[in-house]
Design a protein around this ligand. Structure first.
Ligand code: ZN
Length: 413
């Protein structure tokens, strides 16, 4: 995908604004001799940036507007180091809500819907993004926030919620609970808008079936507004990303080379109109590809394929690169196996080799040993590595309302 004239002009304006602001990137660009862009080649000379820069600029080093223009901050925490702080202007907040309302519209949600919002409110961008988009659309927001499953289900029934917004893990937990309590007939849900986590087809099918809803994946990250910068359409083939606000690139995560459309790599995003904290060529570490064909739904926004994983989630066993999504795909092929799993990687000193251990859940009706053997064989044929497999009963592995950690690498312990 080439950057178009309009986008190029917006990036040029952003760079000039950044330099004039004297912020963290102002210095970076001046040192690199960057004064603006007028061609694709100029654009591709701009250095990438990522979360490490945002940490270095903690707390407000990336702010590109005077203090009086900032109306809000959000923060994304990491496992190490400083959190990242992103300042927003009133226009940024409004632009984000506009994009989010557009997401709801693409999902066929209207002002007569009642949207139950279960992602968290506070420093991070989740709950408030879902809510601002909902209000912009004119629908009724039911701002639950996470947790308290009894109350969630009660409100869902009493208020006749038609849309549920959740992480895939929490949607699964709700679906399992509603199923267990036999309340499916009392639920009015029609659609689910699921954000912030990559998830397997098996999980998707379970949630869709148990709750009787259509599911939509929303994309976004705190550094780039938050959730709601793109969503899949009814065609269900990839997520449309709003290219009037953002420019997308896919790069080779190792070499940084820009890859042609259709090829898989790391998503890099440039904000075209963000004021508070503009980011040019931000490395998301999410892996996907741009779907080159026009979408059958008629929308012209470019499409990203379902996120395959994070370049930093990749793990290596016996020299083979693996992603949790590949393990999920394999589990999805085996009858009676749930979509929850855990991967442990350890080093066997006596044999001086790595061991991969997979713990998966299976329904009581299937034979655990046979199921384990099936997974082992599929793994061997697809990944060329034989894992140790342990099968446990359904609902044994921990569920989480936020992102679930699934890969535990004990080799550096
Ligand atoms: Zn479409």
């Amino acid at each position: 995908m080439r950057i178009n004239e309009e986008q190029l002009e917006l990036v040029d304006r952003q760079i000039k604004r950044i330099i004039a602001s004297g912020n963290y990137y102002s210095e970076v660009y001046q040192k690199a001799g960057i004064t603006g862009v007028s061609t694709q080649e100029d654009f591709e000379k701009i250095p990438f940036t990522d979360k490490a820069d945002l940490r270095n600029a903690y707390p407000l080093g990336i702010q590109a507007v005077p203090d009086e223009d900032v109306v809000r901050i959000h923060s994304s925490s990491g496992t190490t180091g400083n959190p990242v702080i992103i300042p927003y202007t009133a226009k940024d907040v409004d632009d984000w809500a506009t994009m989010f309302a557009r997401c709801y519209e693409i999902a066929g949600i209207t002002s007569s819907d009642r949207i139950q919002i279960t992602p968290g409110y506070g420093l991070w961008t989740a709950g408030i993004g879902f809510q601002a988009g909902c209000e912009k659309l004119g629908a009724m927001a039911i701002p639950m926030g996470p947790g308290n499953t009894d109350k969630q289900i009660q409100m869902m029934i009493d208020l006749k919620s038609t849309v549920i917004c959740a992480t895939s893990s929490y949607a699964l937990l709700l679906a399992e609970e509603i199923n267990k309590r036999g309340l499916k007939d009392q639920i009015c849900l029609k659609k689910g808008v699921i954000g912030s986590e990559r998830w397997s087809d098996a999980k998707r099918q379970y949630i869709a079936r148990e709750l009787g809803i259509e599911l939509y994946d929303i994309y976004g990250l705190t550094e780039i507004y938050g959730p709601g910068i793109g969503i899949n359409c009814a065609g269900q083939t990839g997520m449309h990303i709003f290219d009037d606000y953002l420019y997308l690139e896919i790069i080779d995560p190792v070499t940084g080379e820009v890859l042609p459309d259709g090829q898989e790599g790391e998503i890099v995003i440039t904000t075209l109109v963000k004021e508070g904290a503009p980011l040019i060529r931000f490395r998301t570490h999410d892996l996907s590809r741009i779907i080159p064909e026009e979408c059958s739904c008629g929308l012209h926004y470019p499409r990203l394929a379902t996120i395959k994983g994070r370049s930093d989630d990749m793990f290596k066993v016996h020299g083979v690169n693996m992603f949790p999504s590949q393990v999920e795909e394999i589990l999805g092929l085996v009858d009676g196996v749930s979509s929850e799993y855990k991967i442990d990687i350890a080093h066997d000193e006596s044999k001086n080799r790595d061991i991969i251990m997979i713990t998966a859940e299976a329904e009581g009706r299937v034979d655990f040993q046979e199921t384990g053997e099936k997974i082992k064989k599929l793994f061997k044929s697809r990944m060329n590595v034989t894992p140790k497999v342990s099968i446990v009963s359904l609902n044994t592995l921990p569920r989480s309302e936020k992102k679930t950690k699934r890969v535990f690498d004990h080799r550096e312990d």
